[in-house]
Write a protein that binds this ligand. Structure first.
Ligand code: AMP
Length: 396
């Protein structure tokens, strides 16, 4: 089977052609500068191709993608008929979507309804969907939502303690993001530990970071909120702060709320704590090793906040059997994993330092650790491809 995975942004469109059974990616690429001029970056057959192609809208980007996929030299398929289905990443499913689903007019209307919750991403995701529908009208299209995995949270986890009218009238609540990654890791971890009933805390630590508390494969709580700003500090996002900080800063510096939120999203996090050295944990590690105290503070704060949430989620789940690390930092930064786990001995977490220094998908806890600790490299595209294939097969 060939699944085309599309992740459409406002001026870009990422694609992968994947076999959902093997996870093998035969081609992938990026259309960028959509609406400006247009450039296609394509990787297939061990070769990189860059082409300037006019892309006034997402339709031309999709057309360029399909053209290169069937290209006699740089392509990987003979005809677009070989694409069995398209899986679209959609940011916000609001309270409309609890799972991935086949796209029809009703689904499009519901994604539109979620635009106030995902004002930047959902319109772009819809442009990708509409562009595919126009050029591949008979190919099934599936929407996979970044929020859906978290929809099993109980009200005590997702409700904010603010007047009910904001929830009832405006759907303001915790949604959570990175759901496709959390879902993949939860599913994969069940395979790795060989059981389906267990209490797990997953740490998706990358440039954006979020954590989830998962009981028997179902999400019970997550750190991000109405937007991806909440939770642990991130590359450039503050994570949790007292909301009154916004009022204080706006009043004192004459900033608008939008400007202040932009600062909290783009100029905060470990970047800010490090004194603007970097949002990249490799740079922070190097800075700290050279004696830069602000880089050290950024790393310390990050590990501290992640460890605090592991403790909170162990309480939420009334126990913890498995702790997992994924994404750029979670998969690659053994020092940060060790700094986090250093707080967690009281829960029975014990790392094996040699295993923790190794790469790839593997267990990193010691034999006598009460909690299994794993590194599970995430694969959101595979999750999208598998959900898409499953839905399309079931519909036949
Ligand atoms: P992601 O958002 O999942 O792509 O993660 C990107 C982040 O992972 C980068 O900004 C780095 O901070 C971090 N990262 C990637 N490789 C390493 C590494 N070898 N050591 C430490 N951090 C890493």
């Amino acid at each position: 089977m060939n699944i085309l995975i599309i992740n459409a942004g406002s001026s870009s469109l990422k694609y992968q052609l994947m076999d959902p059974d093997t996870g093998v990616v035969s081609a992938k690429g990026l259309c960028e500068r959509i609406g400006i001029d247009g450039r296609l970056n394509h990787n297939a057959n061990g070769k990189k191709v860059v082409k300037d192609i006019p892309m006034p809208t997402h339709s031309e980007a999709i057309a360029a993608t399909l053209d290169i996929l069937v290209d006699a030299v740089d392509g990987v398929i003979k005809s677009t008929d070989e694409i069995d289905a398209v899986g679209h990443r959609v940011l916000h499913g609001g309270m409309e979507f609890f799972d991935s689903c086949i796209i029809d007019d009703e689904v499009i209307a519901a994604i539109e309804k979620c635009i106030p919750l995902g004002p930047l991403h959902n319109p772009a995701n819809l442009m990708g969907i509409r562009a595919c529908q126009a050029v591949m009208p008979t190919t099934p299209q599936v929407a996979v939502f970044d929020t859906a995995f978290h929809m099993t949270m109980p009200p005590k986890a997702y409700r904010y303690a603010i007047p009910t009218e904001y929830f009832k009238n405006d759907s303001i609540r915790r949604y959570g993001f990175h759901g496709t990654s959390h879902k993949y890791v939860a599913k994969r971890t069940a395979e790795l530990v060989g059981k389906t009933e267990f209490k797990m805390v997953n740490c998706h630590l990358g440039n954006g970071s979020s954590m989830s508390a998962v009981l028997n494969g179902k999400c019970q709580d997550t750190t991000m909120g109405l937007t991806p700003l909440a939770g642990v500090p991130m590359g450039t996002r503050s994570g949790d702060i007292d909301a009154a900080v916004v009022q204080f800063i706006c009043n004192k510096y004459g900033m608008s709320v939008d400007e202040c939120l932009n600062m909290l999203n783009k100029k905060s996090g470990v970047l800010a704590l490090s004194g603007n050295v970097s949002s990249d944990f490799r740079d922070l590690g190097n800075g700290a090793a050279e004696g830069n105290e602000e880089c050290q503070l950024a790393l310390d704060k990050f590990a501290y906040e992640v460890a605090k949430y592991v403790g909170a989620y162990a309480a939420a789940l009334k126990g913890i059997d498995v702790l997992t690390f994924t994404a750029g930092v979670g998969e690659n930064d053994g020092a940060t994993r060790a700094a986090i786990c250093d707080y967690l001995g009281f829960l029975g977490v014990k790392l094996d330092p040699e295993l923790n220094a190794q790469r790839g998908e593997h267990k990193i806890s010691a034999e006598d650790s009460k909690v299994q600790v794993w590194v599970v490299p995430t694969n959101e595209e595979l999750m999208i491809a598998q959900d898409t294939a499953e839905l399309v097969k079931a519909a036949k």
